[in-house]
Design a protein around this ligand. Structure first.
Ligand code: GLA
Length: 389
């Protein structure tokens, strides 16, 4: 949808003109999966898909929310802004961000009409919820005059996810949505939040996202279980290494020496993945910087195997897309991206091989699952910003 149409929709919904417009992108992660909440590195980039938020003051002392994907307007009084709504309402994502400002002592003196529209494919694991959180955090940063930097906006989004959506996620998605930069991936240390923007302009190679259309369910269930299993592994390792801060702190060699301390077999597998993935991410970024794209691709494939066998977050749909991609000439690497259980894979594909990639992977996937996959050539774009008209 064009900005003009969004403004028109705003005027139709609220009978007044929008005064401010913001945009925050979704993300795709190239490597470093389920490392963020273990203090490891990740390597995501922001996409051109994302969420727009249009706002204008109203005289009602209410916040009114409308999504163009939903029929109704949800109106909340000022005293309703610090508790989540029931029924998994989408409003909890923005509301959770506004609540963070209120908790920090900022006062909302006036009501606002808010309209959102996003074009991140739904349920694709490309962080539509992080985009909605970060766009809200950014808009209300201006409204409250809080002056927070983009890292703080990401933290506000993450807290909203924890407290209002019940998902104990790491910082990756919100960080990528906030700090993304066109044609760059973000090499983020999730322990310190230090980061480096690394160019991803690959000669003759594109980042291709393949959508399983098997909804990823990043609910409080399977994802939070993984987070808890990692905590258990960490606790058990602390019986022999009391000062261990997080799983990412261990090199693979150190891990081999002390891993017997993990008595729970599931927690052990999860820790195997995390320690290996942390190293792979460091190695992959070094390879990319050195121009060794083949090695980068190989590490992506190893990442998928570990997510499949040790972390157990892939399943038929993601495995089929990745494994079929590995068979195609011109595919440098392919793996699941994001939380898993459905959603998307990310592949590096030589430009001339993209049509064959789409044909063959799409056909094999359909034959196995009966579902038509979708393919997008990723446009790596900027993080959250105010849209200037
Ligand atoms: C989801 C979470 C992130 C991260 C990934 C897995 O996208 O929101 O914090 O943990 O899964 O890497």
């Amino acid at each position: 949808m064009e900005l003009k149409e969004l403004k028109h929709a705003f005027a139709e919904a609220y009978n007044q003109q929008a005064q401010m417009v913001y945009f925050a992108p979704g993300r795709v992660n190239l490597i470093g999966e389920h490392t963020d909440y273990n203090g490891g590195h990740v390597f995501p980039c922001a996409l051109s898909f994302g969420t727009y938020m249009l706002l204008a003051k109203n005289p009602l002392k209410q916040l009114r929310f409308k999504s163009l994907n939903m029929p109704e307007i949800i109106a909340l009084d000022m005293e309703q802004l610090t508790t989540p709504l029931g029924g998994n309402s989408w409003v909890n994502y923005p509301l959770g961000c506004i609540a963070q400002y209120l908790k920090r002592g900022f006062h909302l003196a006036e009501g606002y009409d808010i309209l959102v529209w996003g074009n991140v494919p739904a349920g694709a694991g490309l962080s539509s919820s992080a985009a909605l959180e970060v766009v809200t955090a950014c808009a209300f940063n201006d409204i409250f005059g809080a002056g927070y930097d983009k890292t703080e906006l990401a933290k506000i989004g993450q807290l909203s996810e924890h407290e209002f959506a019940g998902v104990n996620c790491g910082i990756m998605d919100q960080f990528a949505s906030a700090q993304g930069k066109k044609d760059h991936a973000i090499y983020l240390n999730c322990d310190t939040l230090d980061f480096e923007l690394v160019p991803v302009k690959l000669e003759g190679i594109k980042v291709v996202i393949s959508n399983t259309h098997s909804p990823h369910k990043l609910d409080s269930g399977a994802y939070n279980d993984r987070v808890a299993q990692c905590h258990l592994a960490l606790e058990q390792l602390r019986t022999v290494r009391p000062n261990l801060k997080n799983l990412a702190e261990l090199s693979e060699a150190e891990f081999v020496q002390i891993k017997d301390a993990i008595k729970d077999p599931v927690a052990l597998k999860r820790a195997e993945h995390v320690v290996g993935e942390c190293q792979r991410t460091i190695d992959a970024v070094a390879a990319l910087k050195a121009g060794n794209i083949e090695l980068f691709g190989k590490l992506m494939c190893q990442s998928h195997v570990s997510l499949r066998d040790n972390y157990e977050v892939t399943g038929l749909h993601l495995d089929t897309l990745a494994e079929e991609a590995w068979k195609i000439d011109g595919v440098i690497g392919s793996r699941m991206t994001g939380g898993g259980f459905g959603g998307c894979t990310v592949s590096l594909v030589k430009e001339e091989a993209i049509p064959a990639f789409i044909d063959k992977v799409g056909a094999a996937y359909f034959a196995k699952t009966g579902i038509k996959a979708d393919f997008y050539v990723a446009e790596i774009s900027d993080g959250v910003h105010k849209v200037n008209e």
